[in-house]
Structures are given as structure tokens and as C-alpha cells.
Design a protein around this ligand. Structure first.
Ligand code: NAP
Length: 282
């Protein structure tokens, strides 16, 4: 007998393209293991179709959707209300469709990022200054999450200094922008170093980083293909604890599942193994 009936709780993910998304694999594995009457479905309304899609979903037809590339910024703009984190991150990866027709935007990439740091390295954002390499959407989201979690200072180092400075201005106070040439100075005293550039994706060297300038710092790479990037390999060889990007990807799905289905996902599912198999990651 089908687990999914006419009373099913329905949620999903919207992105373009969407075929390679791992989220349906994770959420449906959890739903299956929990025996919940629910489904998680992928949608791709085309490059410019997000506004029509969201308008059609108002009224709680579906519980909500995760949002992925290229819609995260637009999703925030389309929502009626948003969490502090989504506003600070400037992006939403979660939209909830309420029964009264309103749409709430949230961002679980931030909790996913912090959760991965805690799970794999026991890292507390209050421990000290953090350095983020890169100034795209992922870097901004990480900076916002660190700030809200009490990081004393966040330094953003980027090839294009102006992009780092925009984030620093918008997040204010404890966030500063730095040029690549000043990376070594920015690293001094750091307790966390994060690669949030796209360098290292699919192999390759990753961003240059003088790990010796921040002894003992936890090093994270948001890139998860390959799983052990050259950046993480160099960090581990220099004696740093490391955190991989796959853990962040998995952990952003947990609060989303809770928001959609009202319960925590079952703990006895090897979602990391599933994700590795799905991604063909080595
Ligand atoms: P994005 O907005 O395109 O930003 C890319 C960043 O990489 C920019 O700061 C860019 O610098 C820098 N960059 C690109 N090529 C470079 C080069 N040759 N030399 C120096 N810097 C370079 O991308 P994003 O959405 O922020 O994503 C960044 C990475 O995080 C991607 O690899 C993505 O897959 C990963 N990510 C992982 C997760 C996860 O769950 N693990 C979640 C989100 C993102 P400029 O500003 O100078 O162009």
C-alpha cells in the first residue's frame, strides 16, 4: 500500500536546473524511514518562473519549498515576511506557504554551516575571529550566520575587494572586507578559515592560504566535490582540524524537514552515505 495518500503533507524544492538536486533524495529517504504520509517533489519553473510559481502556491496548497540556484535572492524578495538570518544573508533557501496566503522566507544554509562546524570540529562561533575566503552568496550567508551566533569578528577576503566591502557595509560592525594580497594579515588570530570561493570545485588547487598564520584554526571548505579538496588536504597536512562541505549540505536539510513535516528527521538513516552515492563523490 502506498505510503503517500490524499492526506499527504507535500513539500519540495524549486530551482533551475533541478535534476541534479540531492534534496529529494535526502527528504524522501527520511520520510520513508519515518513512515510519514508525505512527499518531497522537485520543481523547475524555468529561469524566470519563480514569481508565477510562488503566486500559485500561496494559500498553503503545499507546506513549502526549498529554494536553490538561481532563485535564492528572488525568493527573499517575493516573501511577505522573513527571518533575521534570511534578511542578513540577503537570500532564502526555504519558503513556507501559510494557510492565510502569506509566504515566510527563511535561510537554513546558515544553521547547516554552523551545524557542520560543530559536528565535525566542535567549533563555537564565539571562539574568535573568522576568515571567509570569497564574497559570493555563500560567503555572505556564512558571515551573517557567524555574526548572529556571536562571532567577535568576520574578515572577508576576496579577489574582487569591492564585493567583500559591500558585504561588510551591509552586515556592518564586526565584518570587514580585505583584498587577496592582504590575506595573511587577515588570517592572524583567526580561529576559523572557510573557503567560500568556487575554487577547488571538481578538483584543482583551491584558494591559496597561509595556514601557518592561524595555528590551530578550524578549516572548512564549502566545496564538496571532491569531498577531500586540495584546500582541506593542505589544511590537514598543516595540522588543522577540518570540516567538509557535504556536512553543511546535509545539515541545511534538517531544519527544512522539521518546518515541512513538523517532526525531526529520523536519526537512523545514513544520509551521508546516500549523499555520497548520489553525488558520486570520492
Ligand atoms: P558565487 O556567488 O559565484 O561566488 C564565487 C566566489 O568565488 C566569489 O567570491 C569569486 O570571487 C570567487 N572566485 C571564483 N573564481 C575565482 C578565482 N579564479 N580566483 C579567486 N576567487 C574566485 O558562488 P556561491 O554561491 O557563493 O558559492 C561558492 C561556493 O560554495 C561554490 O563552490 C558552491 O558550490 C559552494 N556552496 C556550498 C554549499 C554547501 O552546502 N556545502 C552551499 C552553498 C555554496 P569574485 O567576487 O572576485 O568573482
Amino acid at each position: 500500500m502506498s505510503r503517500v495518500t490524499g492526506a499527504a503533507m507535500v513539500a519540495g524544492i524549486v530551482g533551475h536546473p533541478i535534476a541534479h538536486s540531492m534534496s529529494p533524495v535526502l527528504h524522501n529517504a527520511w520520510l520513508e524511514a519515518a513512515g510519514l504520509n508525505g512527499a518531497y517533489v522537485p520543481y523547475s519553473p524555468g529561469e524566470t518562473g519563480l514569481a508565477r510559481f510562488v503566486a500559485g502556491m500561496r494559500g498553503g496548497v503545499m507546506r513549502g519549498v526549498n529554494v536553490t540556484i538561481p532563485y535564492k535572492e528572488e525568493a527573499l524578495a517575493l516573501a511577505d515576511e522573513a527571518s533575521d538570518l534570511a534578511r542578513l544573508a540577503g537570500a532564502a533557501n526555504l519558503l513556507l506557504f501559510r494557510a492565510d496566503g502569506t509566504v515566510f522566507a527563511d535561510n537554513t544554509d546558515g544553521p547547516g554551516f554552523l551545524g557542520a562546524l560543530k559536528a565535525q570540529a566542535g567549533y563555537d562561533p564565539k571562539a574568535g575571529p573568522a576568515v571567509i575566503l570569497g564574497a559570493g552568496g555563500a560567503a555572505r550567508g556564512a558571515a551573517a550566520a557567524l555574526m548572529l551566533a556571536g562571532a567577535p569578528r568576520v574578515r572577508i577576503v576576496n579577489r574582487t575587494l569591492a564585493r567583500a566591502e559591500v558585504i561588510a557595509t551591509e552586515l556592518g560592525g564586526f565584518v570587514s572586507g580585505h583584498a587577496e594580497a592582504d590575506c595573511r594579515d587577515a588570517l592572524i588570530g583567526a580561529t576559523l578559515i572557510v573557503n567560500a570561493t568556487s575554487l577547488g570545485l571538481g578538483g584543482g588547487l583551491g584558494p591559496p592560504c597561509d595556514f601557518a598564520a592561524a595555528p590551530g584554526a578550524v578549516v572548512m571548505d564549502m566545496v564538496y566535490k571532491p569531498l577531500e579538496t586540495e584546500f582541506l588536504r593542505r589544511a590537514a597536512a598543516a595540522g588543522h582540524p577540518t570540516v567538509d562541505g557535504l556536512e553543511m549540505l546535509i545539515r541545511q536539510a534538517i531544519p527544512a524537514y522539521e518546518a515541512f513535516y513538523g517532526v525531526a528527521p529520523p536519526e537512523d538513516v545514513d544520509v551521508r552515505g546516500l549523499a555520497l552515492a548520489h553525488l558520486g563523490v570520492t
